[in-house]
Structure formats: C-alpha cells, structure tokens
Design a protein around this ligand. Sequence first.
Ligand code: NOJ
Length: 544
Amino acid sequence: MAEETSWYKDAVIYELSVRGFYDADGDGGGEFRGLTLKLDYLAELGVNALWLLPFYPSPLRDDGYDISDYTNIHPAYGTLDDFKMFLDEAHRRGLRVITELVLNHTSEQHPWFLEARSSRQNPRRDWYVWSDTTDRYKRARIIFSDTELSNWAWDPVSESYYWHRFFSHQPDLNYDNPAVREAMWEVMRFWLEMGVDGMRLDAVPYLVERESTSCENLPETHDVLKSLRARADRSFPGKLLLAEANQWPRDVAAYFGAGDECQMAFHFPLMPRMFMAVRLEDRKPIVEILQSTPAIPDSCQWGLFLRNHDELTLEMVTDEERDYLRDEFARERRALLNLGIRRRLAPLMEGDRRRIELMNGLLLSLPGTPILYYGDEIGMGDNIYLGDRNGVRTPMQWNGGWNAGFSAADPERLYAPVISNPVYGYQAINVDSQRRYSHSLLSWMKQAIRIRQSTRVFGRGSMEVLDPLNHRVFAFLRELGEEKILVVSNLASQAQAAELDLRRWKGSVPIEMSGGSLFPPITERPYLLTLGPYQFYWFNLRRL
Ligand code: NOJ
C-alpha cells in the first residue's frame, strides 16, 4: 500500500483541547490563534499528528461533544478563517490534523432537534429516535451511569420520549433515515475538503438501534461506516477514519471491516491492562489481551493510548479486574467516575518518573500508533474536585508565571482553574522549566519519540512475544524486513534478571537505542539481562 495513504502507521498523535492549550486573547480560554502560536512546541516535541477535541458551536455541556452546528467554529475558539490558518500552519510543520466527527448524537440545541421536537408532524421528526413509552431497547446499557437513569428522556414539547446513549441533552440521530446519513456525509465532506487529514469517529458502536439487542456493534452500524469510508475514499483518498469503539478486541476489530471501514481503532482493552501489569508487576494481563486480539487487515492500525480526555475507562475488564484497578488506582474515591477513574497519568503513577517512563516506553513500542494526551508529556496532574471529567482537562502549564503562562486573564475568569498544588502545580510542572534541562520528563519524551520515529519498525513491524521464566519481565521483538528491535521491560519495583531465548537471532549484536552502546553478541546460550526497577531497553539487533 502506498506509504502516503497509510501515513497514520508512522504517526505519533497528540490529543489536545483547543480551549485548554493556549489563550492568546486573554478571555480565559484557548482558541485557534493561541494554538497556532504553540505549533512550534508540538513540532519540537516530535509528534506528527494532532487530534483536536470538538471545537464546534455547542452549549458545552459535554465539552463540545454536544454539537449545535457541525460546520462552524465555536465563537470562543475563533472563526473558520482562524481554523484554516491553523491548518495551514500545522501542515507547513509536517503536522497532520485529525478532527472529531460526532455521528451518534447532536446537542438538544441543534436546529435539527429543535425542529424535530417542535411537532410530531415536522419533516425532521424522523431524524431522531422517538417513542411513546420507555419500553423499547431495554437491553441497551446506560453508559453515563453516574448521571443518567434511562436511555430515554421525556420531551415536554412533543410529549414523547427520545433516545440518547449519553447525556439526556444529547439526542441520538436516527441512522435508519437516509437523510441523516446524507447529512453526516456532508459534514464529513465539509471538513475533508477544507483539508483535515482524518477524523475520529465518536461513539460509533451506537449508531443503530434494534429491538432485543444491546444496540451496539450492529451490522447496520457497520454498513453506515462502510458507506462513509467508500465515499471518503472516492473523493479524498488517504484520509484517516479512527473509530472510538469501547469494546472487546473482536468487536473493535470489526470496525476495520475487511480494510474497508475505519483504518484505525483505539485498543480500549489493552489500555487498562497496561496499568494492571505495572501494578501487579506481571506481564500476563498484557500478553493475554494481545493474544486475544485478532489479526487486522494490512492497511489497518491500532490506536494505543494511556490516558485521554475521559476517565480511564474500566469497561473492558472483568468485574474482578475492575475492583482491583479501582482499589489500586483510586484509593481516593472521588477519583471514580462512571465505571472508570478520572486521573491523569502522572498521579496514577504516584509521580514516579520511572513508572511514567516505562508506561510511555510500552506505549511507544507496542504494535500500533501511540496517542499522547496533552500535558502528560510534562507529567501534569489533575483536579478530582472539579466535576465530571473536567479535572483532566485543565489549562496547559507553560511556565511558572501568571495562570501557568496559559492566559493573561484574571484567574477567576479561566474556563477551569490551573493545577496549583505543591506537587503538580504549575510552579513545579511546566514546559519552560522542563525545556531548560536535559533530564526533564519533557526532554526524555522528546528523545523517546525521536527514537520511535527513527525507524518504521514500531509502526509497521510484526510482533513476537518472548516467554522468559521471570514473568516480571516483558520482552518482545518487532520486525520489519531486515530490521529487528528487541524491547525488554521490567514491570517490577525491584531489580530483575531474565534469561531470554534469542537463539534465532544468533550472531546479532543488541545495540541499545538511546545511547548506541553495544551489548554482548547473541549466542546459542540464554541471553542474560538485568534491569533496574521499572527499567526498560530498546535494542536494535544488528549483524556486525
Ligand atoms: C466519547 C467522548 O470521548 C466523550 O468525551 C463524550 O462524552 C462521549 N463520547 C459522548 O459524546
């Protein structure tokens, strides 16, 4: 396949909130002009694609996932011209841009919904899903279980119930209606034509409802996506569709189709198991989930992540695993939300630099495309005293000055308070200070990303898991053509030794990739490695 159209395989994606990144006009929230001023920072970090959280007009009751106009910019974030300027400047720096396509639902403020609810005879009525009772689709679970009691909400205007899988102010669109499918294609076309490089498809499993099913992952839903993909390919080849489907591996893999649906999908089940493995000091959870992950079409790629703008979701684990993860990672019960944990990476790792590096090391070397969450590259903290998921969406910490260098506004005016506690506060954790010394987390991240980007093996290579006796050590081989990379990680808090069976690569010499040191050549004998607490190595295996 053409390299150009599979660019996402070589990408390191950076997820960010326009509102949270940089406030150039001093009104207390970021905007496109501010973000554009920070593009050099992102290019310098070494990422090559940006995923932007929703920036469309919206009442912002779900941080913009409640859209009231799909083809415009929220006035607080600027104008379409500002967006175009940002897009050009990003492209000029080699940064691709991925935007959000929220297919499943609109805001209740969207003109479509206002029309649809205005009377039962309105021509738009059938754009949403209505019922006279709450008895339909009983088998569908409630996703926002801390807020919603039912997937039906009463509309006093038209005196009937409408269907919603998320907040009750987010009515689901009716994908059985061809006009809805057409309208969403028009939305997609609008942004692809403007030049965005890909779209994250929000909440895709829930597009279609059918009686006596869970209303998730239905064949009709896949048909909708396949048709969007075919149309995108026809008019805009090389644009990425990234599925957000929080499902078990087999069900997520279905979103790749036969290479004719989404090119990428987030690996939701792997993520919590990376946290579990480091906590249990055992590779088993990761190895098991990789083993139960089906092979995917050649053109497709997993999206890997540690944290994002939502709670660390624990939907794709067993009840026992969930109890364990909650006990270990959310001892403070305020950190729990819905089924997950609303914390950022650094606090989850108790601020332990070695564990933060190890987790990022896994993220950058396992098969797939890594997706970093803004602020995690400097080890930002969170604020579990803010409601919903707002505690992991606080302003980016640029320096130790006024409002963390994020905004010139009065602090009271900020869309969310900056983190200011003594451990993770902006005086301690910020970009400027971490830029100034070469052993900061930021400098380490830059180097790790640079190594990842120095070869295509990580993004495109095969994966073989090794099986050393010491199960605290997780070792695997990535291979692409002649290139071979050996990754060995110590998941434990104590130093470990492991003997690896590397006979197949006899005669090769492991070269440690961060410093270039040569390790002893591989022979017939078990290859002995010792690793400090949470230490990991990336080796290039070379025949000298
Ligand atoms: C998934 C998004 O990641 C989340 O932030 C949002 O609340 C729901 N979809 C509903 O749109």
